[in-house]
Design a protein around this ligand. Sequence first.
Ligand code: C2O
Length: 571
Amino acid sequence: MGDSQLLALFSVFMALCLLPHYALAMTRRYDFNIKMQNVTRLCHTKSIVTVNGKFPGPPVVAREGDRLLIKVTNHVPNNITIHWHGIRQLRSGWADGPAYITQCPIQTGQSYVYNFTIVGQRGTLFWHAHISWLRSTLYGPIIILPKKNVNYPFQKPYKEVPIIFGEWFNADPEAIIKQALATGGGPNVSDAYTINGLPGPLYNCSAKDTFKLRVKAGKTYLLRIINAALNDELFFSIANHTLTVVDADAVYVKPFQTSTLLITPGQTTNVLLHTKPRFPGATFLMTARPYVTGPGTFDNSTVAAILEYKTPSPLHIKNLPLHKPHLPSLNDTSFATAFAGKLRSLASPEFPAKVPREVERRFFFTVGLGTRPCHRKNATCQGPNGTRFAASVSNVSFVLPSKALLGAHFAGRSSGVYSPDFPVSPLRWFNYTGSPPNNTAVGNGTKLVVLAFNTSVEVVLQDTSILGAESHPLHLHGFNFFVVGQGFGNYDPNSDPNGFNLVDPVERNTVGVPAGGWVAIRFLADNPGVWFMHCHLEVHTSWGLKMAWLVLDGKLPNQKLLPPPSDLPKC
Ligand code: C2O
């Protein structure tokens, strides 16, 4: 071996030694094989679509700053896409995942590598299928740890545990939504809610399918709570224990204590659970059931899991008393309002709340349900008064295109795919939260709002009561937003902004629009691409309560959407 080879070897050796100190961020690879798997719940065995045969799906674990390469291979008959809910996808919109928005679906036998880097985020998010209702079984946690050697801004937990809520259907969810869309009526409701895939002891034939959280006395546990249910906001509580909320949608919040949480589909939250200082001689149920404001039927059942203390001595754990939590009533909007009011950004020097103070573009969108005429020959539809259910943003019920919007935009071929003329405010004004006007037929289209790079945006989302006031968890892709204000009745642009919080509003990606009220959000459009915004109640998305933003490239090279990856699926 010559001197120069030795030198080369030595420098490789040195580089390897130094690596752990410099290469703090790493690339993590996952293989997601989409395949069918038999699963039994409530004494019903059925074949469901899973990732790697797991239900719920496997957690994706990374640190802030890491790059993820997740290869999704489709071995099922359905078209598939996966969305990394809440990941900002800076300039990497091709990896966002909503079908026909940022990509064509991955067809049977095909694969696609989702390639993205986690920038400036740490906390809990989740991944889920983003096509039709396949997310009912295709979902799992995303756990983003702080960078190496960086601490949480709260007490270090003894252990961390994901708690992921879902909704179980004995029937095939794809058949349920297909039928609902065909008849115009409401879809059949789920048969159970689940915690980590398990319905728990309060359903028929499911006591053995109960999630147990076994804890030690005198410790702090970090619960990473995710609502992956399809159609229901959930109250959650653990009997005789108080929870400290420290994070919402992967953003730290000012810690506060509560015995009950409210979490909408699409929301995630981290809470600290301090266990009792001594073995309490009891076990405790943790339960969740829905918060419902809208018309129509819903699954009003209760999912339960068990918090069990490890015994200090060989006690008989079987005969311990069981404590049950008290949850708010199903329509407790005052709880919802009070809970939303407690969520505040940490707004510390290390984690500042970068609320846009000046607003360049203002939007006022109505969100809610409505109807469409039947159009079925010699038949009536099963929606209200023989019509079909429809849902809209500003009376535009969004129609998914047959080609992906992002690809059409990037190729400069929008014609026939979308139009850039989504209304800034509703074309027809009415008393949104009063008694509905006569003609409420919903229109449709594939319309986008176009924003210049770095525009500061304010959007007021106004609930409508055409079919009854209802809370809508609105989710924005590609951004976090600040919830600067909310209220009941119709938004008043003259007086309501006086009450806006521009100091420490909560920063998140999904917010419940109050039933019969409005919410105001602000964000900076610093991420070029096409970004979906929709109600995270899946049935409302199916009915058209969705729209998209197109954020144009900025002038600088690092302000442009990257070109599409070569394996991007084709339609
Ligand atoms: Cu969690 Cu567009 O979704």
